[in-house]
Design a protein around this ligand. Structure first.
Ligand code: PEP
Length: 251
C-alpha cells in the first residue's frame, strides 16, 4: 500500500508573515491526520521560520529547488545541506517552470537528485510533457527520457526516497486538468518505466503524484485512479480551505 501524499508548492508567493499564518492554519486542522503525508514548499526565505512553527505537526517541509553543489561560488543558490539545516525533509526537483524558464536539463536535474539523496533529503521529482509534445505523439518518449535521465545512477534502494510527480505542462496553472483517464494512463506508463528500470517492488512502492490545476472539485476523481498516489498542488495550496479540502480527498 502506498501512503498518499498531498504536497503544496507555494512558488513565489507569500511573505514570512503570510507563510506563518497559512502554516499555522494547516497545522491546526491536520493534527489528527496521520494516514497522508502532507508537505508544503514555501519560498526559501520563509523555510526556517515555518519549520519552527511546524514542530509537533504532521506537515513536512520542502524546498522548491536546490543547487547540486554542497558549497562554493554559486551566487544565489542553496544547497541540499542548507535546506536540511532550514528544516526541510524534501525538495522539489525538475519542476517544469525550472525546466522551461531556467533552462534546466535532465542531466542537471539528475545532479540535483543525486546530491539531495546524498544529503539525506527525499526528492519530489517532476516530469511532464508540453501540449505540443502530447499532440505530436511524443508524450511517452518525453516521459521515458525524463525518467531515465533524471534518475540515472539512482539505485533501487535510493528510490524509497524518491516521489515522482507527473505534471503535464499544459495543465500547470492553466485551469486545465488532465482527465482522470489521461492522468491514469500517464501514471501507469511511468510505473511501467520504473518496473523496467528497477523492479516490480520499486514500481509498486514508488508514489506517483499528479500535478496540474488540482482543485477541491477535481481531486476526488483523480485520487480514485489506481496509479494516482497523491497530488502536487500549486495555486490551490495557497488558501487553507482549498488545500485542506484537497488533503481530505475522498476516494
Ligand atoms: C505546480 O506548480 O506544481 C502546479 C501543479 O501548479 P497548479 O496546481 O497551479 O497548476
Amino acid at each position: 500500500m502506498r501512503k498518499p501524499m498531498i504536497a503544496g508548492n507555494w512558488k513565489l508567493h507569500k511573505t514570512i508573515g503570510e507563510a506563518l499564518d497559512l502554516a499555522s492554519a494547516l497545522k491546526q486542522e491536520t493534527a489528527e491526520i496521520d494516514d497522508i503525508d502532507i508537505v508544503i514548499a514555501p519560498v526559501f526565505t520563509s523555510l526556517a521560520k515555518v519549520a519552527e512553527q511546524l514542530v509537533g505537526s504532521n506537515i513536512a517541509l520542502a524546498g522548491q529547488n536546490c543547487h547540486p553543489a554542497a558549497s562554493g561560488a554559486f551566487t544565489g543558490e542553496v544547497s541540499p545541506a542548507l535546506l536540511r539545516d532550514a528544516g526541510c525533509r524534501y525538495c522539489i526537483v525538475g519542476h517544469s517552470e525550472r525546466r522551461q524558464l531556467f533552462g534546466e536539463t535532465d542531466a542537471f536535474i539528475n545532479e540535483k537528485v543525486r546530491s539531495l539523496l546524498a544529503a539525506g533529503l527525499d526528492v519530489i521529482f517532476c516530469i511532464g510533457e508540453t501540449l505540443e509534445e502530447r499532440e505530436g505523439d511524443q508524450m511517452y518518449e518525453v516521459l521515458a527520457t525524463q525518467v531515465r535521465e533524471g534518475l540515472r545512477d539512482i539505485t533501487a534502494a535510493q528510490m524509497s526516497q524518491v516521489v515522482v510527480a507527473y505534471e503535464p505542462v499544459w495543465a500547470i496553472g492553466t485551469g486545465k486538468t488532465a482527465s482522470n483517464l489521461q492522468a491514469e494512463e500517464a501514471h501507469a506508463f511511468v510505473r511501467g518505466l520504473l518496473r523496467g528500470l528497477y523492479s516490480e517492488e520499486v514500481a509498486e512502492s514508488t508514489r506517483i503524484l499528479y500535478g496540474g490545476s488540482v482543485k477541491p472539485d477535481n481531486v476526488d476523481g483523480l485520487m480514485a485512479q489506481m496509479d494516482v498516489d497523491g497530488a502536487l498542488v500549486g495555486g490551490a495550496s495557497l488558501k487553507a480551505d482549498d488545500f485542506l479540502r484537497i488533503i481530505r480527498f475522498r476516494r
